[in-house]
Design a protein around this ligand. Structure first.
Ligand code: PGA
Length: 253
């Protein structure tokens, strides 16, 4: 059974004490995640240690990084390498978020290198893809997203690709309050799965979790997650509100 995942993306938000309060409030709820369900917290790297401590002993809950450098070490002031995250117990790293692609000019080729770096330390890349508004309005979202996947992931073996989690995040829905309808999400998620099926075969494609991101909230999570090819969500704004993210975790199928 493929994994169903609720992933929080805190982005560059919260002070240390606010982060602590959010997790305390969240864990007033006792979550009962099934074996195929996970909750992941992509927090600012400076809070990884404290978040990991809060998650200790909690079933199927993991702390994640929001980015890493493509090289394992060296003179790259201010950067953090994948093996460093591994050394502090981080097993999931978000890669290629549209904010990183846009503000830090991360290219498909660079992301291919980062994917390799994360897989090399036996961790899970949460690989983001998704189109801007003009591409959606022109009806070219499928070709756009397919190119992102091909350029950054198609060099991987079948054994490697099943270790990657995909997050489809239409840029026009991120932080805008504008969510893709569950039909729009299902349509492109099914397309993404077909792209993997054509390269790796259907049984491999069926093992890949594809999360939806873009204004996921308590009010729409259940409907989005009930779509056959939507395997959970990558959640920004609503993951900063304990009651919202609690409901989103509980909406996992
Ligand atoms: P949002 O962000 O939920 O605030 O739209 C999602 C994301 O960027 O991962």
């Amino acid at each position: 059974m493929r994994k169903q995942i609720a992933a929080a993306n805190w982005k560059m938000n919260l002070s240390q004490s606010e982060a602590d309060s959010l997790l305390n409030e969240l864990f007033q709820t006792a979550f009962h995640l099934a074996a195929h369900q996970e909750a992941i917290f992509a927090v600012p790297s400076i809070y990884i240690h404290q978040t990991k401590a809060k998650l200790a002993g909690k079933q199927n809950m993991y702390v994640a990084a929001q980015n890493c450098h493509q090289k394992n070490n060296g003179a790259f002031t201010g950067e953090i390498a994948a093996p460093m995250f591994a050394s502090v117990g981080v097993k999931h790293i978000v890669l290629g978020h549209s904010e990183r692609r846009e503000y830090f000019t991360e290219s498909d080729a660079l992301l291919a290198e980062k994917v390799n770096a994360v897989l090399a330390i036996d961790s899970t890349p949460i690989f983001c893809c998704g189109e801007p508004l003009d591409i959606r309005e022109a009806g070219n979202q499928n070709i756009f997203v397919e190119a992102q996947l091909k350029n950054s992931l198609f060099h991987l073996s079948a054994e490697q690709i099943v270790k990657v989690v995909i997050a489809y995040e239409p840029i026009w829905a991120i932080g805008t309050g504008k969510t893709a309808t569950s039909e729009q999400a299902q349509e492109i998620h099914a397309y993404i799965r077909s792209v993997f099926a054509s390269k790796y075969g259907q049984s491999i494609a069926d093992q890949i979790s594809i999360l939806y991101g873009g204004s996921v909230k308590a009010a729409n999570a259940k409907e989005l997650f009930s779509q056959p090819d939507v395997d959970g969500g990558l959640v920004g704004g609503a993951s900063l509100i304990a009651s919202e993210f609690t409901a989103i975790i509980n909406a996992l199928q």
